[in-house]
Design a protein around this ligand. Structure first.
Ligand code: UDX
Ligand code: UDX
Length: 462
């Protein structure tokens, strides 16, 4: 094989990204290393550790041929020419910048492992999302080696989204590669670009300076999250004015300057990236003495929290001001459809608020139930059941609360569900996913986001 690539971190980003690289570059040996032995075992088995449509087929094609999973990161460091680092960078929970800044301890530890075990020059690629100017610190740590080795740090952020990871990786809008302007930096940049040239058209491979690349990733996520918060803020106004958020979003999206994507109102954004990256951006702005800019971006998170609170308050208000002792069926716990990932899922916060109101929850999700149980492990087990069967979840419930946009929720037999439920039966559709008029005609009281409620009570009182 002509080159060896190592990726440290076999998570949602490292695993799928390396599988697609191995699939497209059969002459490269691709090793994916992780300190988590259970995760590596999963990657080596028939049941992969993450659910991602299309991932199984890609891994099966390449695994054992030029794609290998290991816990022996040291051996991988020695062997590799190019090392991608895709360890997580959570929000700091302690000390300076707690609750905002990125915790870079795993990244730094990885850089030190590379310095300690490398026996030849390496290109180190930042795949994790990092604060702008992290590459500089990493370069200093790496160059502190006394073995006379040269290390180049390249920024190559990943833009794929969970649930569509394979398609996003195979057909990216762009691949961003940032490098230092030194001759050796530019050589390393060319080596990383070469990998992507195997399947990505050259026009879509964008090279920049390393700081622009690092910052572009943070800002791309912040801009996407900002659209969600913007549309969610307007959904609140729609509910007060009888405007319809679906019509408003569709009308806005027809303006080619705005575009139609990322304008779906709902219970707010989740996922491992948006909140963490915005907090990081806010911290960076404060650090660089830009409090107005920091406050501007922080508002995106405040609106996200508000949208979730607002949703729960509406549930309680509509259900005669109390959910205490009432069974509520929660449809969907993952942070979006087509993933089992629940990190920062709005469902975590909404379920906790409902439990605080003493509701009893029956949670159903096609992929995320094991993670849901972990996320709510500290809550009273007597008040929560986890149901693989949606009809079982709905049986005896006063309300259904839709929190994830799984398309299969649209296909359920809602006549059967209505018959199974306590009356009056409520549906709070936090993703504007279901067919509201049909549900209303079946007898449900339907409360969407940013649209007029369809309530049988209003009708009788009119
Ligand atoms: C990624 C990016 O790396 C992160 O910066 C981005 O913002 C979100 O996506 P992700 O792949 O989703 O993270 O994280 P995770 O699934 O937690 O995977 C990280 C992996 O790194 C874990 O499997 C963990 O065991 C591994 N790890 C962590 C190491 O192998 N070594 C360490 O020192 C720390
Ligand atoms: C995001 C970015 O899209 C991706 O480019 C980056 O690499 C990682 O972070 P991800 O978090 O996996 O990807 O999913 P995404 O599709 O962006 O959804 C994030 C959240 O926003 C989800 O909770 C989703 O339900 C929500 N969302 C998205 C909305 O509420 N409305 C929308 O219109 C779009």
């Amino acid at each position: 094989m002509s080159k060896t690539i190592l990726c440290i971190g076999a998570g949602y980003v490292g695993g799928p990204t390396m599988a697609v690289i191995a699939d497209n570059c059969p002459e490269y040996k691709v090793i994916v290393g992780d300190i988590n032995a259970a995760r590596i075992k999963g990657w080596q088995s028939a049941t992969l550790p993450i659910y991602e449509p299309g991932l199984d087929a890609v891994v099966k094609r390449a695994r054992g041929r030029n794609l290998f999973f290991t816990t022996d990161i040291i051996a991988g460091i020695k062997e590799a020419d190019i090392i991608f680092v895709s360890v997580h960078t959570p929000t700091k929970t302690f000390g300076r910048g707690a609750g905002r800044a990125a915790d870079l301890q795993f990244w730094e530890k990885t850089a030190r492992d590379i310095v300690e075990h490398a026996e030849s020059d390496k290109i180190v690629v930042e795949k994790s999302t990092l604060p702008v100017r992290t590459a500089e610190a990493m370069h200093r740590i790496l160059q502190s080696n006394t073995k006379g080795l040269n290390f180049e740090v390249i920024s190559n952020p990943e833009f794929m989204a969970e649930g569509t990871a394979i398609d996003d990786l195979q057909h990216p809008d762009r691949v961003l590669v940032g490098a230092m302007s030194t001759p050796s930096g530019q050589e390393a940049l060319a080596d990383v670009v070469d990998i992507y040239k195997h399947w990505v058209p050259e026009a879509k491979i964008k090279t920049t300076n390393v700081w622009s690349s690092e910052l572009s990733k943070l800002v791309s996520n912040a801009m996407l999250a900002q659209r969600v918060s913007s549309v969610n803020s307007i959904s609140a106004l729609c509910e007060k004015t009888d405007a319809n958020i679906l019509e408003v979003s569709a009308s806005m999206g027809l303006d080619s300057r705005i575009g139609p994507k990322f304008l779906s109102a709902g219970v707010g954004f989740g996922g491992s990236c948006f909140k963490k990256d915005i907090l990081n951006l806010v911290y960076l702005c404060e650090y660089y003495g830009l409090p107005e800019v920091a406050a501007y971006w922080e508002q995106v998170i405040k609106i996200n929290d508000y949208q979730q609170r607002r949703f729960v308050e509406n549930i309680a208000n509509q259900m005669f001001n109390t959910v205490a002792g009432k069974k509520i069926a929660v449809f969907g716990f993952a942070f979006k459809a087509d993933t089992g990932d629940t990190r920062e899922s709005p469902a975590i916060y909404i379920c906790r608020m409902l439990l605080d109101e003493h509701a009893k929850l029956a949670i159903h999700d096609p992929q995320a139930l094991p993670y849901a149980a972990t996320d709510l492990a500290d809550c009273s087990a007597a008040e929560i059941s986890y149901e693989t069967d949606p009809y079982q979840a709905a049986a005896g419930a006063h309300a259904i609360v839709v929190l994830t946009d799984w398309q299969e929720f649209r296909q359920l037999d809602y006549r059967r569900i209505f018959d199974l439920m306590d009356k009056p039966a409520f549906i709070f559709d936090g993703r504007n996913l279901l067919e509201h008029q049909k549900l209303f005609d079946l007898g449900f009281n339907v409360f969407p986001i940013g649209q007029k409620a369809l309530s049988h009570f209003e009708k009788t009182s009119a």
